[in-house]
Ligand binder design. Structure first.
Ligand code: HEM
Length: 467
């Protein structure tokens, strides 16, 4: 058979195989990702440097980002998992300030692109999306309804090095990155968003139900509990939810006008660790003329914890007050072992009271399901296609199409090689480097500006000193 005919035959057969595979497998679609967290501590020595004697600075988190075990936790993933590649955006910011404002650095809304066992970490650095680090050494896991990477080694890119004003070289090792996101399950049409339990339309002042209060207690308290000193943790129960930097107490019932409201909520957040055993249960809010007190059950007694001033304003059928500053009461000083004094700032509150059945309270940062744990020090295995498909609905096309493409490319390459040999005409291969053109979502509006003052951050550095 002449070479040309043989080559045509190979290509035709391969093309037919790919076409039939595609037809069989269509429609291929990306799995939507939501609800999850990305944990990254940037670099331990950098954190120490910022708060140490050289920079004499502060670190703050915002837009739902929190500190957990020394890492910064970003939340509420959105993205896709397709063909073995996860592209995921997270929310929240961490703000580094030091040298009296000479050092003024916001890392916001990180995102990752990851496939197999490598990827890239992007971060908005003072508002500009920057490829910050190359990630490697941990496999992308897809099972149990989550997509996750645990402990990927991170090395600084050239652009990332510029973000640190050249104090680090490209290739510098940074803290490892872990992230997870839930594979979104198709929901009933109206089952989206935060369910509120207000079944009837209420006017302000009437009995209300379905209210929520969000409170993080105190950022430095959480840091203390989860840090080296207490080496502890917190859990939520009985209807409370963990939003990372805030805890949500739900099922609030009572009465509410803009200035006078009495609401009883449900749920417990329990902090435990070395010398720490504090459960805050079923908080209640009582406000008269806008002057409020938040109390809770602590060790079997109701204690006034913080006071605040807040007038609720109706918006979208919800009586709402956000970022309400709070201060510790005298009665609550013993609750925190005397570490804080009466009048010390505690975390701000969000109070939301739905007045109609379809009014939605603001969403809590969504940390998603617990990421799938990888066992021991063994390198994580890439998930089996059948398993992924069965457990998460991840598409077997993830494996089939690349295999088919490899096949046709292989056949094409063989055919081209034959043709090349015949012509005895060498030609260099040009490798196509995909241009990085990720979607340029703008960071959240409340990302701090870069004036160096940090004025737009609810709690200024001086308000939230480390213990
Ligand atoms: C007034 C301006 C600044 C002064 C005097 C200064 C001074 C210093 C000094 C003395 C060190 C060495 C610390 C050590 O070895 O323990 C250092 C480290 C460092 N500085 Fe600054 N710095 C300034 C501004 C900045 C700025 C604007 C950045 C940008 C992010 C920056 C980022 C860093 C980093 C990343 C390190 C290495 C920290 C580590 O991992 O150990 N510095 N700086």
């Amino acid at each position: 058979m002449p070479h040309a005919t043989r080559m045509t035959g190979v290509l035709t057969a391969a093309a037919a195989l790919v076409a039939s595979l595609l037809l069989w497998a269509a429609p291929a679609s990306a799995d939507e990702l939501s609800g999850g967290r990305l944990d990254w501590g940037v670099k331990e020595s950098f954190r120490s440097y910022i708060t140490g004697p050289i920079a004499q600075g502060e670190v703050q988190t915002g837009d739902g980002a929190s500190t957990v075990d020394g890492d910064y936790r970003f939340h509420s993933a959105s993205g896709t998992y397709e063909d073995g590649t996860a592209v995921v955006d997270y929310q929240g910011w961490v703000y580094f300030w030091g040298h009296d404002g000479e050092l003024d650095l916001t890392f916001a809304n990180p995102s990752v692109e990851y496939s197999g066992s490598s990827g890239t970490l992007y971060v908005y650095v003072n508002g500009s999306r920057t490829d910050m680090a190359s990630l490697s050494g941990a496999s992308l896991e897809a099972s149990g309804g989550t997509v996750s990477v645990s402990g990927a080694a991170a090395t600084l890119t050239t652009n990332g090095a510029a973000a640190f004003a050249g104090y680090y070289e490209p290739g510098q090792e940074l803290d490892a990155v872990s992230f997870s996101a839930d594979v979104a399950v198709e929901e009933e049409p109206e089952a989206t968003g935060e369910p509120t339990e207000a079944a009837t339309t209420a006017a302000p002042g009437d009995a209300v139900t379905g209210a929520v209060v969000d409170w993080g207690v105190r950022a430095t308290w959480r840091d203390y509990v989860s840090g080296d000193l207490a080496a502890g943790a917190w859990t939520v129960a009985d209807g409370a939810a963990d939003g990372g930097a805030v805890f949500r107490f739900a099922e609030g019932a009572g009465t509410a006008t803009a200035t006078d409201y009495q609401l009883a909520f449900q749920g417990t957040v329990a902090f435990t660790g070395t010398n720490v055993d504090l459960a805050i249960t079923d908080p209640a809010i009582t406000a008269t003329g806008g002057n409020g007190v938040l109390s809770a059950e602590v060790a079997g007694a109701r204690v006034d914890l913080v006071t605040f001033e807040a007038t609720l304003a109706e918006t979208g059928g919800v009586l709402l007050a956000e970022d309400v500053p709070t201060v510790l009461t005298e009665a609550a000083v013993p609750v925190f072992g005397g570490f804080y004094q009466a009048g010390d700032p505690m975390d701000p509150l969000l109070i939301a009271v739905p007045l109609t059945a379809d009014a939605a309270v603001p969403a809590l940062p969504d940390l998603g399901s617990d990421p799938v744990e990888t066992t021991g020090s063994e390198p994580a295995e890439r998930v089996d296609a059948d398993e992924a498909s069965a457990e998460t609905g991840l598409d077997p096309l993830v494996w089939i199409i690349p295999a088919a493409v490899v096949l046709v490319l292989g056949a094409g390459a063989a055919a081209i090689a034959i043709a090349q040999r015949r012509k005895n005409n060498r030609r260099a291969d040009a490798e196509t480097v995909p241009e990085t053109a990720p979607s340029e979502a703008t960071p959240e509006e409340d990302t701090p500006d870069q004036t160096g003052t940090g004025d737009d951050i609810a709690a200024g550095p001086e308000d939230d000193k480390e213990k």
